[in-house]
Design a protein around this ligand. Structure first.
Ligand code: 5RP
Length: 262
């Protein structure tokens, strides 16, 4: 089975496996959304089933909640738990200051609320997510349905005065209809090519009526765990400056899949 994993998928697996070691018994853990976060939930489920790990997870989407249930990871809501020890989540891009673009999977609103309610946010990513400047990945912005076309125009107009290289805001589709988020909203994907000032853009976007939240995570991520196709994993803590390199054995996906199949 491990032969079928692409280098990118191996990198995701390796990053998630290393990051699962940040989780200890007794912790309240934010569970991210996306393919990298799925590896994390599987790794935590394995520890719950086999090693008696006792945690409470707070999922950031209905998708992740369903997977956590399948994997036997106990879950709760943020309203019940209130504050988390750590959130571990993927990202679409991260820059050298560990600012992020998130929301490729459409879960940015819950992801940002959960990450902000955590002592630490650990981001897990394959090496393709590392960029010098954010913006090549279209920036997701969650908007309410009412007046969405006007919100789109206001955003495009606002972008013309900012340090970005594009200004189109494209409604995200799901088949023939608009993509609908877990909160019943929609997503506009902003094609910006390069974002000169992520902090400024994040603040201005959220002032536009109709915008619920944007996918820029500025000063939220504490640790980045980057997985490479050969199993090498780099862990960088922005607060301490610590940088660690480890190797995750490539044979492990076989065991993981076997464990899940049992
Ligand atoms: C979902 C997200 C994801 O974390 C992001 O899209 C990365 O996904 P993947 O791990 O599948 O590459 O923000 O809203």
């Amino acid at each position: 089975m491990s032969d079928t994993l692409s280098p990118v998928e191996r990198g995701k697996y390796a990053a998630a496996t290393r990051a699962s070691a940040f989780v200890e018994t007794g912790m309240k853990v934010g569970l991210g959304t996306g393919s990298t976060a799925e590896w994390l939930v599987k790794a935590l489920g394995k520890r719950v089933r086999n090693d008696g790990l006792e945690i409470v997870g707070v999922p950031t989407s209905t998708r992740t909640a369903a997977l956590a249930r399948e994997e036997g990871v106990p879950i709760s809501t943020l309203d019940e738990v209130r504050w988390l020890d750590v959130t571990i989540d993927g990202a679409d891009e991260y820059d050298p200051s560990l600012n992020l673009i998130k929301g490729g999977g459409g879960a940015l609103l819950q992801e940002k609320i959960v990450a902000t309610a955590s002592d630490r946010m650990v981001v897990i990513a394959d090496a393709t997510k590392k960029v010098d400047a954010l913006g090549a990945f279209p920036l997701p912005v969650e908007v309410i349905g009412f007046g969405m076309r006007t919100t789109q125009l206001l955003i495009e107009e606002m972008l013309e005065g900012l340090d970005v290289m594009g200004n189109s805001a494209v409604p995200r589709m799901d088949g023939d209809g608009l993509f609908v988020t877990d909160e019943g909203n929609h997503i506009l994907d902003l094609h910006l090519e390069r974002i000169g000032n992520a902090r400024q853009l994040a603040l201005i976007l959220n002032q536009i009526p109709g915008v619920v939240e944007n996918g820029l995570f500025v000063d939220i991520c504490d640790v980045i765990v980057t997985g490479h196709g050969d199993g090498k994993v780099e862990v960088h803590d922005i607060n301490t400056g610590d940088h660690e390199v480890v190797h995750i054995p490539s044979a492990e996906p076989d065991n993981l899949f076997r464990d899940i199949a049992e």
